[in-house]
Design a protein. Structure first.
Length: 210
């Protein structure tokens, strides 16, 4: 089975669940799958960067597609790469030099906060959310690993149908697909060419719930 876009993914989910009455809820399965994948996947294709403007209170808005930080570089003199600490840590609350460039930063709600508070600009390097398939025909993950998307959506579908056996099976398949995705990202960083993706095999009657 070859899945190349959002419409084909929706059809594949219906086929694997062996149901023809889920058209209105399958998009929700995929939305929930994306939320799950945003929490679990960290791949080089997710790496992004964006300009930040820090105000006099030491705060800046996070990018709308932010998932997790990698590095913050500030355009101070000299340039600063503040260390991440927890917002309730002693470092962030007390242990900073008040008249220096920012030494620490933290993430609180939807804000970046630096200490000492300094008005400046900079660049945040971060992991970005998957481009939602509800708004895009495809994205990098569907192109690279359609089975990851499929199994994640099937976990949501089986949960909706209260089919614990199928949910366990699909969760195991999802785990395997995620492991392969991690290896793909690692191989890319090391300069090795990953193997070409293998089309999904036709599912069995047991997988279809019959």
């Amino acid at each position: 089975m070859i899945i190349t876009n959002y419409t084909e993914l929706q059809q594949a989910v219906a086929d694997w669940l062996n149901r023809s009455d889920l058209d209105t809820v399958i998009p929700a399965f995929i939305d929930n799958a994306e939320a799950r994948l945003n929490r679990r996947v960290r791949h080089r294709e997710m790496q992004s960067s964006g300009a930040v403007t820090i105000d006099a209170n030491g705060e800046a808005d996070l990018p709308a597609d932010y998932v997790e930080w990698k590095l913050l570089v500030l355009d101070t003199t000299p340039k600063a790469r503040p260390e991440y600490v927890e917002p309730d840590s002693r470092e962030f609350l007390y242990r900073f030099r008040p008249y220096s460039v920012p030494q620490y930063f933290t993430i609180l709600q939807s804000k970046i906060k630096v200490q000492p508070a300094t008005a400046t600009t900079g660049t945040l390097y971060y992991y970005a959310k998957l481009p939602a398939l509800a708004d895009n025909a495809t994205n990098w993950l569907l192109d690279r690993s359609p089975e990851t998307y499929l199994y994640a959506a099937l976990v949501e579908g089986a949960s909706y149908l209260r089919d614990e056996q199928s949910m366990s099976t699909y969760a195991e398949q999802l785990s395997g697909a995620l492991t392969e995705l991690v290896e793909d990202s690692r191989a890319s960083r090391l300069g090795r060419t990953p193997a070409e993706p293998v089309p999904l095999a036709t599912h069995t009657q047991e997988q279809k719930g019959q």
